[in-house]
Design a protein around this ligand. Structure first.
Ligand code: HBI
Ligand code: FE
Length: 289
C-alpha cells in the first residue's frame, strides 16, 4: 500500500502493462469481508433520501449487498450488460495517462485492497470500498457512463495541452464531490461523499459549505482540498445536463483559462447560482472532522 502522493513510474512486479492486477477474490480474509459489510450497513442507514436515484438504482442493480467484498467476476457481467463498463483492479494510484486510457475504454480502475478496521472513517488512498461502493453504482447510468468515457478522452487531450490541472477540478467537483438537484431538494452523486458516512451528512446538512450551481468554466478555475470536507459543492441540474456540457469542445474554454486566475475555495461570485451561502464555520475552526 502506498502513499497517495506515491505513483510508480512503471507497473510494479505482478502488474500487467496496463497496470492491472488480478483481484484474487479468494484471498480476502474474513476480517476484510466484515469491513466491507460494516461500511455497507452504515451507509445504507444514511443514503436513502440523500443519495440520488441513479445511485440507489445502480446499487440495487449490481447486488453489492450479497455479503462481503464484491467478486468482480460476478459484478462485471451485470455492469457490462447495463452500460458496457467493467471494473479492473490496480495496485494503487496509477499514472494519469494510464487512468485516462482505462476510462476512455469504459474500464474503471479500483484499488484491490480494503481499509483496515481502525481506518473506517478516513483514508487518503482510494480502496475497494471507495472505488466500488462509491463509483460503480453511478456507472450503471447511461448518461453518467457516457460522461466518464468522455472524461477519459478529454483527459488525454488536456494532458497534451497542459490543462490537466483544470480538468482534474472538473472530476473532483463532479465525479468525487458532486451534488444534484432532484425531487425539489439536493441529493448526492459524488463517490467521495457516498462512501463517507460523515461527509454524506455534512455535504447536505451542514451550514458551513457553499452550495453553488454547477458551471463548467467556473469549476475548472476553483481550487480544492483533498484532506478534509469540501468548502464548496457544485450542484448539477441532471446527469444528462452534465453529460451535454462535456460533449462540447473544451478548446475555447482552455484558451480563456490560460490567462485566468484560480478562484479561492470559498469564493461566492455575483454570477454564481447560490443554493447555500455557507458560514464556513467548519473550515474556520480548523476542520479535520
Ligand atoms: N489512479 N487508481 C487511481 N484512481 C484514481 O482515481 C486516479 C488514478 N490516477 C490518476 C488520477 N486518478 C487522476 O488523473 C484524476 O483524478 C484526474
Ligand atoms: Fe474516487
Amino acid at each position: 500500500m502506498s502513499d497517495f502522493e506515491h505513483v510508480f513510474e512503471a507497473p510494479p512486479e505482478g502488474a500487467a502493462a496496463d497496470w492491472t492486477i488480478p483481484q484474487n477474490w479468494a484471498a480476502y480474509t474474513d476480517v476484510e469481508h466484515e469491513t466491507w459489510n460494516t461500511l455497507y450497513a452504515r451507509q445504507m442507514k444514511i443514503l436513502p433520501g440523500r443519495a440520488c436515484e441513479a445511485y440507489m438504482r445502480g446499487l440495487d442493480a449490481l447486488d453489492l449487498n450479497m455479503g462481503g467484498i464484491p467478486d468482480f467476476e460476478v459484478m462485471n457481467p451485470k455492469l457490462q450488460a447495463l452500460t458496457g463498463w467493467t471494473v479492473v483492479c490496480v495496485p494503487g494510484l496509477v499514472p494519469d495517462d494510464v487512468f485516462f486510457d482505462h476510462l476512455a475504454n469504459r474500464r474503471f480502475v479500483s484499488g484491490q485492497f480494503i481499509r483496515k478496521p481502525d481506518q473506517l472513517d478516513y483514508l487518503q488512498e482510494p480502496d475497494i470500498f471507495h472505488d466500488v461502493f462509491g463509483h460503480v453504482p453511478m456507472l450503471t447510468d447511461p448518461d453518467f457512463a457516457a460522461y466518464m468515457e468522455a472524461y477519459g478522452k478529454g483527459g488525454q487531450r488536456a494532458q497534451s495541452l497542459g490543462m490537466l490541472k483544470n480538468l482534474a477540478r472538473l472530476y473532483w467537483y463532479t465525479v468525487e464531490f458532486g451534488l444534484m438537484k432532484e425531487a425539489d431538494s439536493l441529493r448526492i452523486y459524488g463517490a467521495g461523499i457516498v462512501s463517507s458516512a460523515t461527509e454524506s451528512v455534512f455535504s447536505l446538512e451542514d451550514a458551513s459549505p457553499n452550495r453553488l450551481g454547477f458551471d463548467l468554466e467556473r469549476v475548472m478555475k476553483t481550487l480544492y482540498r483533498i484532506d478534509d470536507f469540501q468548502q464548496v459543492y457544485f450542484v448539477i441540474d441532471s446527469i444528462e445536463a452534465l453529460k451535454e456540457v462535456t460533449l462540447q469542445d473544451f478548446g475555447p474554454i482552455y484558451e480563456r483559462l490560460q490567462g485566468a486566475e484560480d478562484l479561492p475555495i470559498e469564493a461566492v461570485l455575483p454570477s454564481d447560482r447560490v443554493f447555500t451561502c455557507g458560514t464556513q464555520a467548519y473550515a474556520h475552526k480548523g476542520g479535520r472532522f
